[in-house]
Structures are given as C-alpha cells and as structure tokens.
Unconditional design. Structure first.
Length: 487
C-alpha cells in the first residue's frame, strides 16, 4: 500500500535546479513529517561547489535577463501565479506533510504565496525613474532603476512557500538572477515551486534552487564571492547577525527579516470578543511558529480575569493533531528540539510564578506535538517574556496604565510587529506611534498582506518585503547629471 504522501510528491523534483536543469546528487538528506517523525523523501544535498556553479550561471545570464522587457518578466510571474493556484491542493499537501500545519492553513498559505506573484507581476511594469530640473537650473537630474545583480535568498521552514515567493517574485520583477536556499526541514514545497517557474518560462540560470544540509558553508562561500550583490534572509536574529558580518566583506546589499517578540496589548475599552478572536489568530495561526505571533499578551488589569477566562475557554477547544485530520486546529511543532524549547519556556514561567491555566505538556507519541497552553500572570523576569516561543503557548501579563503598556511593549531588543486592541481612536493612533515596531495591527490579529511593506526595526531586521517598497530592495538607483548649458 502506498504511503499517504505519494500523491503529494508526484512530479516533485527531488534534485537541484541548477542552470535550468534538474540535477541529481549522490549525497541526499531526509525530509521528516513532524506529525509522525517518518521520513517522507530524500532530497539532493547541494555542495559548496554547486553554489559556485549556480553563481556562475547567475553571472553569465544576468545581463541578458536584466535587459528583458518588464512586460516579459510580468508575464512569467502571471503564468506562475496561475500555475500555482492550479496546483493548490498539491502545494497544500506538501506544506502540511513537511511543516505540519493544518491543511486549511496550508491552502491559505498557497493563496498568500501566490498573491506575491500577482502583486509583483503588476509592479514589474511600474519601475520608474525621474527627470528633474536642478535647483540652479544649469543641469538636469535623471534617475533610473536597475537590478542589483545576483541574489542569495535564504528562507525559513515555517512558511515554506510564502517566504519564498515574497523574495523570488520581486527579484524576478526587478530583473535579478538568484540562488534560493530553502530550509533543510522543508525543501519539497520550494522544489515544486521551482518546477512551476520552469513551466512558466523562467530562463535557464535565472532561478537556481539548492537544498542543502551545509547552509553555513554555502552562504559563507557565496558571500565571499564579489559577484554576489544581494542577500535576503528570513530567520533568527542570531543567524542574521552572522550573515550580516559575512555580507560586510564585499558590502553586499542586505534585507533581513529576523526574530520577533510581539506584544499583544488589550486595553479595558476594547471589544473583548474581538480581542479574544484576534488573540487566537495572532497566537495560534501557524501553531504559533511565526515571527509575528503574539509572544507577550498584555492585558489591562481591570479586565484581565475576564480575558483570561474567555481565552482559556477558547483554547480548551483547540485540537493539536496531524494537519490532515479535519479536526486539527493546531499541528505539531517542527521538531523535537523545538518542542523541548517550548516546554522549557513554559516550565520556567511557572517556576517564576506564572499560573498554568491550560495545557502545559508535550503529547506522547511519534509526532512533535505540544498541547495548546495558556500561562497567566507571567512576570517580566521569565524567559518567555524575552525569548520567541515559536509554539502554541499564550503568555499573559497585566498592566495598569497606557504608559506602562507602552513601556512593557518596548522593553525588548526586537521590533517586528505589535497588536493593539482599543475602541478609542485617539489612543489607537497614540499607542501605535509610540510602539517601537515596524508593523502594528489595530484591532486585528493578522498584519501580513502582499500589498503591505513587511519588516521590522531594531534586532528584527533591515528592509521591507511586499508592498510598493518590496521591489526597491532589488533595485539600484542610478543618477545621471545632464549638462543643460547648451539647451
């Protein structure tokens, strides 16, 4: 009897996409299903030599690709968009198999990922320069936008399709060549995406996909090569900092979407039902394995017990199960290591004086499941107040005043996103302006949108992805001074 993932893997290349060809390798690594711990596929393991060959291809075809018409690049993205939606069920099944999230959420990720293809297909033809008269009147200022050149795009495992199209789509739109290194935990979705782009007409050498278990060696080698001109990374702040040091050697342009410690602030004038619904989305979407997940839920003290009781009731109905189970609302975490990290944070919070209200244990069995968990009265000294949870754990603290809420929210090295729930418009704007984050969700638990600039400040990163701003990360601005004395 065939294993259940056989259909999902049908037609998925398990090799490297290198210079337009799918190339096998004797060295391979396994991809696990976190719901069972079983190996579902063996994928070609790219080497440093493969990375150099991919950069050779990027360099060789870069000029020709940059010279293609914006409409041509737009058409490729439009075709990829349609092809991705045509295969939404296969993409969703792959995401659930290798990452674990419930199938309904995986379908949502495919739509979200495809939206980046559609958005940047439209932005491709809107790359503009300017013509200006210099203040002195003796010259003209002409600006033009040109692709930065070969890019290295490094993506995480938690959104194995959305985090890739968010980088690949603007790179293609801008006319850049690229090397994509997917997370070794979740390469299958990326490889199917590569097949879609080949079918959509991406020329050989423009898009190279290198799954590998040698991530640091590969990135070090590429960053040491002066032909690489752009690095885009989504992942932890620690790894991002190391990559920034490597990029400094050749002054490589960087975009960094790094860690988060999102505050979720609920004021006493908020709509409680709306706040609970927002908390469920902000905390448990993707099983909490998201850089924008609500990491610290801060509730004004007068409504804290009502909020905690209502949140506990909702969480008790959450079901942690295999993502293919129709009853599942939360899938497994990505690995046993991550499950141990989540449990350590919960146990530390309880030891520091927090109250365990719901859950609080790993579920026995072969998969990497952790019960949806609620801890309340979490003190500032607890690790869970400082570290990313990346799991299905809601940690609630209280505050007395607006000023205290802002102080607690900003008391972190991170600054990716924050959530604010209040029915006072003046307070909403006042608090949003005071928060030290790149994004704020007002009375909603979801901020991600292909048309919006996604990114953070402080230790949460550099640059923006998506929106009008997203394509600028892949473009250089050239200024031409035109002598007007003979006009």
């Amino acid at each position: 009897m065939a294993e259940p993932w056989t259909d999902a893997l049908a037609g998925v290349p398990l090799d490297l996409l290198l210079d337009g060809q799918w190339q096998p390798r004797d060295d391979r690594f396994g991809v696990l299903n976190p719901a069972t711990g079983a190996t579902i596929a063996e994928v070609a393991d790219a080497s440093v030599a493969d990375a150099t060959a991919a950069l050779d291809a990027c360099d060789r075809v870069g000029g020709q690709w940059a010279a293609t018409s914006p409409r041509h690049r737009s058409d490729i993205l439009w075709r990829a968009y349609q092809l991705m939606l045509d295969r939404i069920e296969q993409f969703a099944a792959l995401i659930t198999f290798e990452m674990g999230k419930p199938l309904a959420e995986s379908r949502g990720e495919v739509q979200y990922a495809a939206d980046y293809l559609r958005w940047f297909a439209e932005e491709t033809t809107r790359i503009h320069g300017e013509y200006r008269v210099a203040p002195q009147g003796d010259s003209r200022i002409i600006t033009m936008r040109q692709p930065v050149g070969p890019c290295l795009l490094i993506t995480p495992w938690n959104f194995p399709l959305g985090m890739i199209t968010r980088k690949v789509a603007p790179a293609i739109a801008a006319g850049c060549t690229m090397i994509v290194k997917p997370a070794h935990e979740t390469p299958l979705t990326c490889l199917l995406m590569g097949a879609v782009f080949v079918e959509a007409g991406v020329p050989a050498g423009v898009l190279n996909i290198l799954p590998t278990s040698h991530s640091s060696q590969m990135s070090d080698a590429l960053l040491a090569d002066p032909r690489l001109r752009k690095l885009s990374f989504t992942g932890s702040t620690g790894v991002g900092s190391t990559l920034l040091k490597g990029a400094a050697r050749n002054v490589v342009r960087t975009s960094m979407e790094l860690g988060g410690n999102a505050p979720f602030i609920v004021f006493d004038d908020a709509d409680l039902d709306q706040a609970i619904e927002g908390a469920m989305v902000a905390k448990f979407r993707n099983g909490g394995e998201s850089c924008v997940a609500a990491n610290r839920i801060l509730v004004q003290q007068d409504i804290a017990e009502r909020f905690n009781a209502a949140l506990a009731e909702r969480m008790r109905s959450a079901v942690a199960a295999d993502g293919f189970d129709p009853a599942a609302t939360v899938g497994p975490v990505i690995s046993d290591k991550q499950r141990r990290h989540v449990d350590a944070l919960v146990q530390d919070a309880v030891a520091c004086g927090a109250e365990l209200r719901v859950g609080g244990a790993a579920r026995p069995g072969d998969g990497f499941f952790y019960e949806p968990t609620l801890v309340t009265g979490v003190p500032v000294a607890a690790r869970i107040s400082r570290e990313e949870i990346f799991g299905p754990v809601a940690a609630v603290s209280t505050f007395a005043t607006e000023a205290e809420a802002i102080r607690l929210a900003n008391n972190t090295e991170f600054g990716l996103t924050a959530f604010v729930f209040t029915n006072d418009l003046n307070r909403a704007i006042r608090v949003a302006e005071a928060l030290e984050t790149g994004m704020v969700g007002l009375n909603r638990g979801l901020v991600s949108n292909a048309a919006a600039p996604f990114g953070g400040i402080k230790a949460s990163g550099i640059g923006r992805e998506g929106g009008f701003e997203g394509i600028n990360e892949y473009l250089n601005t050239k200024y031409i001074a035109l002598d007007a004395s003979l006009f």
